[in-house]
Design a protein around this ligand. Sequence first.
Ligand SMILES: [Zn+2]
Length: 469
Amino acid sequence: MAQEQHIALPLKYRPMTFEDVVGQEHVVRTLRHAIESGRIANAYLFVGPRGIGKTTTSRIFAKALNCTSPNGVEPCGKCVNCVEIAAGRSLDVVELDAASHNKVEDVKPIMESVQFKPVSSKFKVFIIDECHMLSNAAWNALLKTLEEPPPHVRFIFATTEGDKVLATIVSRCQRFDLRRIQTNDIVSRLRHVCELEKIEAEEDALLAIARGAEGGMRDALSSLDQLISFRGDKVREEDALGVFGLVSRSALESLAGAILKGDVGAILEQIDMFYSAGKNMRRLSAELLMHFRNLVAVQALGPDSKTLAVTPDQAKSLAEQAKGIDPSRVFRICDILADMEDKLRYVLSARTLIEMSLIRASRVASTATIEELMKAVRELKSGVGVSAAPAAGERVETRVERDQPAAASRQPEAKREPPAVTLEPRAAAPEPRAASPVSRSAILEDPKLNSVLSSLPGAIVTDIKEKRK
Ligand SMILES: [Zn+2]
């Protein structure tokens, strides 16, 4: 028996119907509705990075317009028109790659053929890919037709650089911005393909491929194809990581854990390990920032939130890591990592910058925040019998002194004018009661408060005052 010819996975699993298109629901919904209602614009402009389905969606739309026996709004994929469009030999659907054909002479055949009725379909559809590459003269030649196209003509423009398309053209098109496909959507598509191809793939291997593809389905399927030819029918995480120079999911999570614990030694060791293994340090920084961003999202919205776009395994680890960590700390770490991302573009030694930034982040992570301090003071106050929270109109001031040696006495110093931290009153507060000097000193000398303070380097409480307005 002759061996079946190998078809590249991106080609084999290219979406054939609107239903199959992954991650572009906003575009698909509008296009389907346009066909349903018969309100089809003269020209469409699809903008977005490569490999996310611009050309594929254009072809599906062209098929849906010209299919002779559509299934609702979906093209049947079987009629002569569908088959010819899919094979790229339909006389009524013309594709032009403007990356290599961008001169006036290249668009002339289009100008000539628009006057003639379609051969065997309802519409003549012109799909112009990478349209931002068309020369000005070529655009000018097209402009007249775009303004008043014959009723049987439709244009679909696709481009990776929407900003380079002339405003006069954009204003004559319905513009759609296609999104990068979310990692978890790519993972589920890859899993589906693996099932059909009878490939055994580790979940984290698929995740690594999806991470490496950075939102492009075509790249993800190509990489899967490459790994299958390299490894046979078993795809493992380490192979996928090797292809992209990525750090494994567990290593990334453990680095994040070291930052949260303030473990400088572990941070330096891990960075050294990644560096020696030739991992992509800039990518590591971007993914670490994403991890902490996800932690913020988990804390705010829970692990099942749609904004996370992570696999179930990742969601579980995120929820675990987010437990018991003050959100404001995670937020401050995000700040430092974002700053690092920004600076990475200009530095020569990514490693040093990453090390220093992560140490800084780990210090932030292990230092008490003012919010935590205030919470502790509130709890303390309710514990020693002073009013649990001040009532409206009453403010409690906690004076915090900084830049004191850790071993310095916790007595007030007269000559220093310390900054004041203000505790805002809570909405529902019990009746105010004046704090006696005895309870004040009880607060100041309380070991719980002082243990919180000791984690805030150089800060001591010198006085607690109550004010009436
Ligand atoms: Zn059809």
